[in-house]
Design a protein around this ligand. Structure first.
Ligand code: ZN
Length: 63
């Protein structure tokens, strides 16, 4: 079973909350600060379900 490429979400620091969300579609976002990071994480999770490069449609359209 192969895992399709997924958007990456990295926690860059523990002291000051920071996160980066990048995706094959060109999405490349950075957030710092508690609220921004939480917003980015939610946005990132939502993006994983909406990005055309990462939807399950890839499997259906494989043929
Ligand atoms: Zn994307």
């Amino acid at each position: 079973m192969t895992t399709p490429p997924r958007p990456r979400l990295k926690s860059l620091s523990c002291a000051t909350p920071t996160a980066a969300s990048s995706c094959m579609c060109g999405r490349d976002l950075f957030a710092s600060g508690h609220h921004q990071v939480l917003a980015l994480i939610e946005s990132h999770a939502a993006h994983r379900t909406t990005c055309q490069l990462h939807t399950p449609q890839d499997e259906r359209n494989a043929a």
